[in-house]
Design a protein around this ligand. Structure first.
Ligand code: FE2
Length: 371
């Protein structure tokens, strides 16, 4: 799907799309290697002591319209070091593209967002950008990024790198949604924050029904900006058939934070095949999941056998269907992971898969005589 962010309609709060996601990590040099060779990103820009930045190193990685920044502190007295001690590797900043960083900052802080950085301009020989940052949930923040006249590789003060010959692209195209995990009974507070402070709306979709709560042990509400290019499902733990994975996340992350970043592809079979070949670990899908798949989702373009070989999940809503698969956590704490998604009409987020996966695991238990 070809969309130029600059053409996207803006809200009262002038936000267009997710500009980039910055992850703090313990060793960005080595993580960058995984993101390039396993996840298919190209290394496009760099910042560090060689470019005059004394306390950190940042690697900018791109695949089509997705930009990730991996940042590592190089001094123990850096606040980034405190973040890593507390949370481990994870998302720090969901940066949002705007035509007016000052307005975005003023409107959100007037409505109660806590300030992290007042509007300021950064510039180099490639031009200027205006930035401002506010708190989101936990230690996650949103930086408003306004491109004033910048035409360089990423942002002022970053140096372009030579063409990446190591990267092995897998066809990821844009960020579909970014999910935040909250503590018990904190979902509504976070949803209210995005509605009242950011002017987002609840994104009503087919999977809003609470039928899956007992299987998923989580509750989820999706908020989005008006042009729907920024979609944030917000989760909280719930009592269910099994211990909530959201509770586990909050325990190991030491509080709320980003659970997963969903990245879109136009060909999930090709993308997952490449990622598997490049060593990415995905959640296991029991083979019995495919026993009743076509009964649940009806006609699909893909071969059932191919989907089963790759473990790809399918869900349908009233608008169409979607294919998805989740990586295992990409660090040693059971926290951040990625979702690969291909939408074929469906606008929902795959809640039907919680029940389907649960039932398929039970079928396998039954086959073993353990139910
Ligand atoms: Fe998701």
């Amino acid at each position: 799907m070809e969309v130029d962010h600059k053409d996207l309609k803006e809200d009262l709060l002038p936000l267009r799309a997710v500009k980039h996601v910055e992850l703090y990590c313990g060793n960005a040099k080595q993580s960058a290697y995984y993101y390039r060779l396993a996840l298919g990103f190209s290394f496009v820009a760099y910042q560090g002591p060689e470019t005059g930045v004394r306390d950190r190193v940042s690697y900018v990685l791109q695949q089509d319209k997705i930009t990730l920044v991996l940042t590592t502190p190089i001094r123990s007295d850096s606040p980034i070091t405190d973040f890593l001690v507390k949370h481990g590797d994870g998302v720090r900043d969901i940066a949002l593209e705007t035509s007016d960083a000052e307005k975005a900052y003023n409107m959100t802080t007037e409505r109660g967002a806590k300030s992290v950085a007042e509007p300021y301009i950064i510039e180099d020989e490639n031009g200027k950008m205006k930035l401002a940052t506010v708190e989101a949930y936990g230690d996650t923040v949103h930086t408003f990024v306004e491109n004033m006249d910048y035409a360089g590789p990423f942002m002022p003060k970053f140096q372009a790198t030579p063409k990446d010959t190591l990267a092995r692209p897998v066809g990821l195209t844009y960020i579909d949604h970014i999910v935040g995990n909250m503590d018990w009974n904190k979902m509504d507070e976070a949803v209210d924050f995005y509605q009242n402070v950011f002017g987002f709306s609840k994104f009503v979709s087919f999977d809003d029904k609470d039928i899956s709560t007992e299987y998923s042990a989580l509750r989820s509400t999706v908020v989005s900006n008006q042009n729907k290019w920024i979609k944030f499902p917000i989760n909280e733990p719930a009592e269910g058939m099994r211990k909530s994975q959201i509770e586990e996340y909050v325990t190991f992350n030491n509080g709320p934070g980003v659970q997963h970043v969903a990245m879109s592809t136009d060909n999930i079979i090709e993308t997952i095949s490449k990622m598997r070949a490049q060593g990415v670990d995905f959640l296991n899908t029991p083979s019995s999941y495919y026993d009743d798949l076509l009964d649940r989702v009806g006609d699909i373009d893909e071969q059932l056998k191919t989907l089963a070989e790759l473990g790809i999940l399918v869900d349908r809503d009233d608008k169409g269907y979607m294919l998805q698969l989740f990586t295992k956590p990409v660090e040693d704490r059971p926290t951040l992971f990625f979702e690969i998604i291909q939408r074929k009409g469906a606008e929902s987020f795959g809640k039907g898969n919680f029940k389907a996966l649960f039932e398929s695991i039970e079928r396998e238990q039954e086959r073993r005589g353990n139910l």
